[in-house]
Structures are given as C-alpha cells and as structure tokens.
Design a protein around this ligand. Structure first.
Ligand SMILES: [Zn+2]
Length: 247
C-alpha cells in the first residue's frame, strides 16, 4: 500500500465537513462473507435463480432452503473486521456522517455505526409477502421453512433486494441525499457496478465532493472521478488511516 496516498487521504478527511462512506462486498470479504461476483464469488458455486423474486414467489420452500444455507447459517457468526471498526470510530469521533452500503450483512451496525443506509436491504429483517409486517429475524424459527407471518400466515421474505426487485425507496432517497451533501466520499470495497449504487459516486462528484477510493483492483472510478486511489485491502488501508487519524 502507498503510505503517501494514505497520508493525503487523511489530510482530506481532516478538512472535510461532511464525509460519507460508500461500501460494498470488499469490506465484508475479510469477515468471511463471499462477494456475489468475481473470483470466489457466490455465483461461481450457486445459481443466482435463488435470489430471483419470481422464483421466490413460485417456490418459496426451495428458495428459503438455499437462502438459509447461504445467508442465515453463515452471516450470524460473522464479526466486523478492522475496516468496519475504523468506520465506527470515525463516526464516534465525528469524522464520518453516515455510511451508504450495498451489503446486507448488518456488520456496520454490529461494529457500532448508527447512520447506515442499506441500499440493498438487510438479512436481519423479514417482511411478510402478504401484509408487509416486518420482523426482526430473531422472531422467526428457521428450523421450519418457509417462515410465516404471525398475523396473516403469509410467507416471510428476507428484506433484502432480490433480482428484479425494487431498491427500498427510503434507503435510496437517503443515499442520494447523502451523496449530494457530502464533500468527501470514501469508497471502500466496491466497483458499484449495478444501479442505482453506480450513481452514488457520480452524484457526489457532480456536487463538488472529493473522492477517496480503496479497492484491491481499479474500478471504473479509479482513473476518472477518484481523487486518491489507494490500491489495498479494506482492512489494511483502513487500519493505516485509523492510525494516522489517531483513532
Ligand atoms: Zn402477514
């Protein structure tokens, strides 16, 4: 990792009045959560049909069996890593206003961040497909699939965004507002290839924000709108930045 770039990034962080972080799979990989795409990604071993909303409605039991195996049997034990922890400290020390994330793993909240906008929803919440009642996953007994609603017996669905499903309106609205407001966007572990996530960096840049990017490989932003590109793992780069900020 280029230390000089980390130092430059810290200078921008200290100067910023409204920093927002924008995170993706690369932040959680080191907590043992596989990304969907790319090498070692989920779609190499699992067919994406299990996360298509049409399939879920047609075959909820089959979909749930796979979803439970992929998400619920694994994510519950996952712990925040150094990158999550530094972001939580940044919020506590008022360097960071909020996080826009594409992750559904709840690890930012587990690390202590309070202002987290989950563009793709969260596995922690289940929602009734009939009456829209929401439940924390701790209320559901996943030994009996598919889990059903206590009120109407409708089938419960993880409140994360499936393929061909709309992005949650509130999270999208708040994320775009944060992207407009920020003067420094800290992109970590994402190439933001899907819409509307892909628009977040553009919106920030258009509104005059500086952009720091931490990714293992260059993204479409790295050589276009990014001001400081730190090529490194999320934990490595964030640990260094945390150190330089005396967090
Ligand atoms: Zn219901």
């Amino acid at each position: 990792m280029d230390i000089e770039k980390a130092e430059k990034a810290v200078k921008l962080i200290r100067k910023s009045k409204y920093m927002v972080a924008f995170t993706g799979a690369g932040v959680s990989v080191e907590s043992g959560i596989p990304p969907f795409r790319g090498t070692g990604g989920l779609w190499n071993s699992t067919h994406p049909i299990f996360l298509e909303i049409e399939y879920f409605h047609k075959k909820p039991l089959q979909a749930w069996k796979k979803i439970k195996e992929i998400f619920y049997d694994k994510l519950g034990d996952a712990e925040p890593n150094m990158a999550h922890e530094v972001l939580a400290k940044m919020e506590k020390r008022s360097f960071l206003e909020s996080i826009i994330t594409q992750n559904i793993d709840h690890l930012h909240q587990k690390a202590g961040n309070k202002y987290v906008y989950e563009l793709h929803g969260t596995y922690r919440r289940l929602v009734c497909t009939e009456c829209n009642t929401e439940y924390d996953m701790s209320f559901a007994d996943l030994n009996f699939l598919p889990p059903t609603c206590y009120i109407c017996k409708g089938i419960l669905k993880p409140d994360m965004v499936f393929f061909n499903e709309e992005i949650p309106a509130f999270a999208k609205k708040r994320s775009f507002e944060e992207a407009e407001k920020t003067d420094l966007l800290l992109i970590i572990g994402t190439h933001a290839e899907v819409l509307p996530a892909a628009r977040i960096p553009e919106i920030a840049k258009k509104n005059g924000a500086k952009i720091i990017e931490i990714n293992i490989k260059p993204s479409p932003f790295s050589h276009s709108i990014t001001d400081i590109f730190i090529q490194a793992r999320a934990t490595e780069a964030m640990e260094k930045i945390g150190e330089l900020l005396y967090l």
